[in-house]
Design a protein around this ligand. Sequence first.
Ligand SMILES: C[S@@+](CC[C@H](N)C(=O)[O-])C[C@H]1O[C@@H](n2cnc3c(N)ncnc32)[C@H](O)[C@@H]1O
Length: 285
Amino acid sequence: MIVVWQVTERCNLDCPFCSYDRGLARPRRDADPQRIRESGRVLAQYQRETDDTVLVCWLGGEPLLWSPLAELSTEFAVGHGLRVATTTNGTALESTSVRRHLLASYAELTVSVDAPGTAHDALRGAPSLYATLSASVRSLADERRRTGRPLRLRANVVLMRRTIGVFDRLCHELADWGIEEISFNQLGGNDRPEFYPANRLEPASVALLEEHLPRLRDELGQKAGAFARLGQYLRRMAASSRASACPSTIAAPAGPSLFVDIHGRIAPCGFTVGTHGIPVAEIDS
Ligand SMILES: C[S@@+](CC[C@H](N)C(=O)[O-])C[C@H]1O[C@@H](n2cnc3c(N)ncnc32)[C@H](O)[C@@H]1O
């Protein structure tokens, strides 16, 4: 059971493709920590009674900016035995104490990286971010080796017109950092409609990606300690690059999943909160 929980709408980076871009005037709300705490007990009970492992993934904004998160994660992981994960821009990973906390409490960490070097910095509005991120992830991988902690290191890449040509090189660099699993998704158009038309994927790029993926997967698999699991989105990516519809069930995760938004409404996914969401506080077993 994967539970994706949105904990904050605040962010510290300026990414022109993202709806949480620091420069945008929009609401910047946080989740209610007490509500999350109460749900932790329900999820732990569910896990005990069903034997279905629960993975709680914190989402933002930038989750690692939200101060109640560290204590909640410790409570979920150490107190309840739930698996905890997050997706982050990685700016907080420079801190030794943040890395120590992640190693102690988290099962998975996904770092968002869009392109090698200064191309990533430009897309995130943060000079030298890529170099800092590389050093932080390498330190984390090293500390993980020394402590034997089971933290899985992942990266997520947003593919767009200007970055798809360097995806191959990026994957190799990420494997050298110590990243074990790489997922990717295509640039979506709902978040920033003004950025999308000039940056969306084109059918020819998706076809090239499909052609090169088997080789890339083999190369990454051969790197010591590197394991690349490349996503199954290609059919959907090809369809939307041609501006035709394709059911999103193709991209659905293998097991059941739930999404909790910033208001504490729970639904099968982020797209169904409006029509099917109910207050998570109503779920007491
Ligand atoms: C919204 S971010 C929030 C977490 C964190 N701040 C980060 O940068 O990873 C979650 C993921 O969505 C991706 N993302 C943001 N805007 C997107 C868009 N328009 N299309 C596709 N993916 C996007 C990000 O790169 C990141 O991997």
